[in-house]
Design a binder for this molecule. Sequence first.
Ligand SMILES: Nc1nc2c(ncn2[C@@H]2O[C@H](COP(=O)(O)OP(=O)(O)OP(=O)(O)O)[C@@H](O)[C@H]2O)c(=O)[nH]1
Ligand SMILES: [Mg+2]
Length: 220
Amino acid sequence: MEIKVLTDILEANDAIAEQNRKKFDESNVVVFNLIGSPGAGKTSIIEVAIRKLKKKYRIGVIEGDIETSRDAERIAKLGVETLQINTQGGCHLDANMIASALTGFPYQSLDLLFIENVGNLVCPADYALGEDAKIVVISVPEGHDKPAKYPVIFRNASLMLLNKMDLVPYCDFDVEAMKQDALNVNPDLDVIGISCTTGEGAEEWAAWLTERIKRRKSRG
Ligand SMILES: Nc1nc2c(ncn2[C@@H]2O[C@H](COP(=O)(O)OP(=O)(O)OP(=O)(O)O)[C@@H](O)[C@H]2O)c(=O)[nH]1
Ligand SMILES: [Mg+2]
C-alpha cells in the first residue's frame, strides 16, 4: 500500500513535470536540475558556470532550499535572474513548486536555466521537474563509495561533477574507483572532475553546457 501511494505521487509529479518541460521547450531554454548532498558545492558550481558563460548566454537560476535566501543572494550578485524557493522542511523540489515559480520568473527569455535542488542525495533523484537533464554533484570529502551506496541519482543523471578535486591529496579518496563505480551504475554518465577553488575542470564544465545549449538551438 505504501508503495502504491508513492507511485501515485510520482505519477502526479511526472504529469506536472511534462507541462513544465513543454513550457521550457516552447521557449528553447535548456534546464538542468543540480542534485547533491548539503555542501557538495552546487551553488559554487553554478557560480563557476555563470562566470564562464554569462557574456555569451542568458542564464537564470531557481534556488531550492529548506530555509533562507542565501544561495539566491549569492547568485544575484553575479547579475543573473534568480528566484528562491523555500520548501519549509521539504527534502526535495517537486514539479508543482517549479510550475508555481515559473509564473513569476522570466524563463522565456533565457538560454540556460539551473535549478539547484535541496541538498540531499536521495529524495530529489525521483522527482522530475521538467529538466533536460539531472546533474549529480558529489564532492571528494564525501568519500568514493557514494555511487555504489546511493545509486538512484547516479542512474538518473546525465553528468557527474566530482567537485573539490583540490582536496584529493588530503582525503582517502580513490578517484578511479569512484568513477568506475559510477559508470557501473550508469555507463552513459558523463564525468567531469572540477574544483571551484582552483578552476580545475571549469573549461570542461562550460564546454559541456555550451554543447547542450547549441544542440538545443540547432533543434529550434
Ligand atoms: N576546497 C573546496 N571547497 C569548495 C569547493 N567548492 C565549494 N567549496 C566550499 O564548500 C562549501 C559549500 O559550497 P556550496 O556551493 O555552498 O555548496 P552547496 O552544495 O550549494 O550547499 P547547500 O546549498 O547548502 O546544499 C563552501 O564553503 C564552498 O566554499 C571546491 O572545489 N573546493
Ligand atoms: Mg547551495
